[in-house]
Write a protein that binds this ligand. Structure first.
Ligand code: IMP
Length: 424
């Protein structure tokens, strides 16, 4: 009865999708517990690239059931599009294979418009959201006026609740000087969504309880990254949900199971989209090198928004803190191949004049101190064995392991499922 949790240890975009995919090979359930379509998981399997925003990445394996947990906010339009795309790619999505929690909240176009209006209103202090309506949907949840998946089961009351919610949003939009939305047409569209999606709505908490009790393998798939967590991230430059491992229990409605194994996915350098402090950010030639020019699918441009990501050296100070806060048992490092051919690579190991740091108190004035490593050359994408990595690359990985006091179990050296080194 082990719950396998997979989280991102940075500001998202660590490459979680491929590890959920890897660890799902023998899983029965793969469950998302937070966020919405602000997430973007890219999977490259042979020649096919899957870009998933809502459906858990483990769905690619035929024996898995995907769960969209109560901690999520779901845009039904995006979900249906994703289901269509998977069906077209031969991955059949049916109510047997995908379950939506009764208690998950729905995102409407009003949430999206409000997201944009709030950002515009914030001006220079904007968060840099993905514009997917995430914040306003969670706001509705906390204000107890949200519309939930459960509501889709009774079309008459669903339409009424939605109408009330949208009318209230129109009032709010007025305050921002934004145009009112056509409530009737959105309600019509959402009634059609509800008809299609209602067979998928279920008591997912009960399903997962039974699964864990029966000793089945359940994966809790984190979204975003621990540093975007609403409580423990770089507030206010965070998302509106809890991305830490502890929220897997709340966001899926399960008690703490017999044992939990948490894998932290960490890119070997740091990236961030949106605003907020980023002590190790680079602006020089190395930043272009790390980001890429967008010509490769794995270059550092957002899966959801296409925005160029901010890039910098790995911040091991924050990583260590995240490992502690999330009870990370092991690390999976991604993109080691990208660091090849640099003369020197660096890791931030301290902040000047600060003995202990938390993402909670991070600010732009903080000065990182680095440990420098000799770079290595050559293409790592074909390497499959730890021993075959250049000695300098191994030193770099071993340092992370030692500094964080956490074993590095996996290292990815390319976007393909097979481009992976398993150390144990
Ligand atoms: P929101 O989640 O759209 O409200 O955006 C809030 C912040 O989280 C912004 O800085 C976004 O760029 C960031 N963010 C949200 N989801 C992701 C993600 O999946 N990867 C990386 N950044 C994200």
């Amino acid at each position: 009865m082990t719950l396998q949790i997979i989280i991102g240890t940075q500001w998202g975009d660590e490459g979680k999708g491929r590890f959920v995919d890897l660890l799902s090979a023998d899983a029965q359930y793969v469950a998302r517990y937070s966020g919405g379509d602000n997430a973007g998981h890219t999977l490259r399997i042979q020649d096919h690239v899957y870009k998933l925003h809502l459906i858990p990445s483990g769905i690619i394996y035929p024996q898995t059931t995907g769960i969209l947990g109560n901690g999520m906010v779901i845009n039904p339009r995006v979900l249906l599009r994703e289901m269509d795309e998977l069906n077209a790619a031969g991955i059949k999505i049916s109510p047997d294979r995908l379950k939506i929690s009764y208690a998950a909240h729905l995102i409407t176009p009003a949430h999206q418009v409000l997201d944009a209006a709030r950002e515009m209103h914030l001006g220079k202090s904007k968060i840099g959201t993905t514009g997917r309506g995430i914040g306003p949907a969670y706001t509705d949840k906390a204000r107890r006026v949200g519309v939930r998946a459960l509501d889709m089961l009774d079309l008459a009351s669903f339409s009424e609740k939605l109408k009330q919610n949208l009318e209230q949003k129109n009032e709010e939009l007025k305050l921002y000087g934004a145009e009112a939305l056509d409530v009737a047409s959105i309600v019509d569209e959402f009634r059609r969504f509800a008809e299609t999606l209602s067979p998928y709505v279920a008591d997912t908490s009960a399903i997962l309880y039974d699964a864990l009790k029966a000793g089945k393998k359940v994966i809790a798939e984190g979204a975003q990254g621990a540093l975007l967590d609403i409580d423990f991230g770089t507030y206010p430059y965070v998302t509106s949900s809890s991305c830490v491992a502890g929220n897997a229990m709340v966001g899926l409605g399960i008690g703490v199971p017999g044992s939990i194994h948490t894998t932290g996915i960490t890119k070997v350098f740091q990236t961030r989209v949106g605003e907020g402090p980023f002590p190790t950010e680079l602006f020089d030639e190395t930043s272009h090198f790390l980001r890429g020019d967008g010509s490769k699918q794995w270059d550092e441009f957002g899966t959801t928004t296409g925005r160029p990501r901010r890039v910098g050296w790995l911040d091991a100070v924050l990583l260590k803190k995240v490992i502690q806060m999330n009870g990370v048992n092991e690390l999976a490092l991604t993109k080691l191949d990208v660091l090849s051919n640099l003369l020197e690579v660096k890791i931030c190991t301290a902040y000047q004049g600060v003995s202990s740091i938390s993402p909670l108190v991070l600010n732009d004035a903080i000065q990182p101190q680095y440990r420098s490593f000799k770079g290595w050359s050559g293409d790592l994408m074909g390497v499959r064995q730890w021993e075959d990595l250049p000695a300098e690359a191994r030193d770099y990985v071993l340092f992370i392991e030692e500094y964080c006091q956490t074993p590095v179990r996996y290292i990815s050296v390319g976007p393909e499922r097979s481009q992976l080194i398993k150390r144990f």
